[in-house]
Write a protein that binds this ligand. Sequence first.
Ligand SMILES: [Zn+2]
Ligand SMILES: [Zn+2]
Length: 362
Amino acid sequence: MSLPAIPVNPLSNPKGTKSLCELCQQTATLQCPQCRVTFYCGDKHHALDWEGIHCKICPLLAPFRALSLSQPVGRTAQDRAAQERTDRLREIVELTLEEGRTLLFGGKHNLAVPAALQCLKFSKELYGTRGLDLVQPFLVLAEASIGLSRLGHAEEYLSQAKFSLIQPDKAKRTSQSELDLMKSKLNRIYGLLYLAQNQTHKARNAFANDIYLSSIANGTTHRLVAGGYFYLGNSFLKEGKSLVALPFHQLVIKIWIDFFVENITICQQDINAKEGISEKIEFGPSVQAESSETLKALLQHHSKRAYHFGDGALKQLLASLSMLYFLFRDSESAKKYAEDALQCDTMEYRDLDQILNSLANK
Ligand SMILES: [Zn+2]
Ligand SMILES: [Zn+2]
């Protein structure tokens, strides 16, 4: 729970400046009592921002404010203070972006908005008001707006993301493959917008572009491509064309099972080597949220009989969920899904049995 917000003290602001609400840009009357650097139009927006992101970044903001106000003497001290400020800003930008994506995958669109707005604000402070670095927060805002059925807002954010993408990369921080991935994500979210507008044909074109662009760097079976196949399948399912949707969704399962088998092997090697679970595993909260939401949605299609996975694909799906929960230390759920996977009546994928038996504690 947040502490109650306190009234803005106009005397503590530089003369002539007006504080604006973090979420709606209306004149602010309240501010966060702890960091004192975020402002709100009222309790409602204070509470929403707190739940969405501020509880995570408030402790980072207070020292940041002190840094901004400090006036170090001497070149070295000034350079050090500037570097520290940049490092802190970068930390806040990364954290707010990861949090925004995680909330999106978890379907918490209203909470993803404050996270993305803060990411945008600090990205502008760090990198300037235009450029490639603003693409990601605009994309999170667009996707959240689609989830909230604010399609006009989504369109607006998407065109800002598109505009940011064509800015020259003066600082040369972005590699070609990062650029391709941003373009693939832009296409994916345009696809979601078109799907929400029932423009299925345009949506599929956008998803096809997404798949092409996300395949360039790492091939067609990398986890970064899974989302494109998933939504393309969904677009067919929406029209009741389950036989067309099925192969795309089977491909999604194949990608995730390969990803988990590889990571669980790394993880077990480390446990054997008594090193603890490796930092090598590229497994941020947003990857966790994406994989679990996707796999659970597919399992739901199967149990609602939108289509029927063969026993082999079902076994892979349940095994993926089991490994996913194991890697995130939920051993009860890992056990349950491993048992279900072992129940599948199939001779296929016997190579998974050893892992499944150990996850089911047999
Ligand atoms: Zn507001
Ligand atoms: Zn605060």
